[in-house]
Design a protein around this ligand. Sequence first.
Ligand SMILES: [Cu+2]
Length: 258
Amino acid sequence: MHKATATAAALALPMGLVLAATAAHAGASDGPQDTKVLHAQLQPMNETNATGTSTVELRGTTMTVQIHATGLAPGLPHAQHLHVGGENICPTGLKADENGDGFVSTVEGTPYYGPEAVSLTAEGGVGAENKLDMENMPVADENGKLEYERTFEVSEDIAKRVLHGKAVVVQRGIGAEDTREYDFNAAGPSELDGSLPAQATHPASCGALAAAPERGMETGFGGTSGTPVAWMIGLGAALVTVAGAVAVAGRHLLRVRA
Ligand SMILES: [Cu+2]
């Protein structure tokens, strides 16, 4: 009796793992409360040296945004946003420079990446209305590096559009390395807010968000060979084999005992 219970327990463990693995995988692509991850590679705009990566995690309407950027104008605040509602692309070079002043302004870039939907402030509100809240925007360090992470709530509409890859990360603020301030003389006043230099609002970097590979890939299980799905099926099969072996061993044990 004791042995049979032990065998059942031994069987239950691997089978439970198989079910858990299956459930974990199903969870990665269904259900409204599962965590989805998107990535963006930030590329320079307006001939800056600003590059970086951004990760957006969504669990329902709870969004966590991370940005790791370098090459930004040092010691200055950088307005940054998720832009939604354009073509979900970053204009390259000066092709978006409609007025030919040598800069792609935020407005000139809007048909490409869309208007501001989420303001990636360090503190305070994150709505579109906070888009020029320079007081609360993150500041690049003395080397032009900017690390950002914040978790906040977004609307269902924004969550859905971001999930479907309809969002672009844009960091603003182009300044000379040595001035440590945005300069009205360099590019005039901003078309968004005349009290700000255009340098403060011109895009510095831009990257369209796209769905990340599933988590199995990131932790190295998937690697370059096979998808996480294939890996999960492989794991399931392996565990079923183990379960089978235990079952056979268990039966053998019972027979010997009997
Ligand atoms: Cu922006």
